[in-house]
Ligand binder design. Structure first.
Ligand SMILES: Cc1cc2nc3c(=O)[nH]c(=O)nc-3n(C[C@H](O)[C@H](O)[C@H](O)COP(=O)(O)O)c2cc1C
Length: 116
């Protein structure tokens, strides 16, 4: 990661984001993994609808694991699952999201009741 900081971007951990959101959910209650992915995805949509940039990040999770005291500082209980950290803020650059009009056909799977 230190090497990437020289070639990719200076802040590999948080992508230069000024704010972070950490969705977390209790383990062994319902479906914590799916719950945090859904929460994170909806938050990314919310940011986009308000003109904010958002980036999903899992690289910082490794660092967070090494520092349980930070989890405590953030009031994240020990028995909670954290799937991602989302950086967000006003974007420095305007990033046009293009609709992907072309797709490799092999990636599209259609139901075909005629076969066989
Ligand atoms: C679950 C998940 C975790 C990710 N973790 C990181 C990360 O830790 N660091 C990073 O630079 N990009 C990470 N990415 C990639 C970025 O979130 C983003 O998808 C990628 O930079 C492409 O950006 P774009 O979709 O806005 O073009 C992750 C993506 C996902 C879906």
């Amino acid at each position: 990661m230190k090497r990437w900081e020289k070639t990719v971007r200076p802040d590999m951990l948080f992508c230069g984001a000024p704010h972070i959101l950490i969705p977390h959910a209790p383990l062994r209650h319902g479906e914590p993994m799916q719950d945090v992915v859904i929460a994170g995805t909806y938050f990314e949509l919310l940011c986009a609808s308000r003109g904010l940039g958002a980036v999903m990040m899992t690289f910082p999770l490794g660092a967070l694991k090494q520092m349980p005291e930070i989890n405590a500082l953030l009031n994240i209980p020990d028995n909670h699952y954290i799937g991602m950290i989302i950086g967000f803020g006003y974007p420095e650059i305007k990033y046009a999201r293009g609709v992907q009009k072309e797709m490799e056909q092999s990636r599209i799977h259609r139901l075909n009741f005629q076969e066989g």
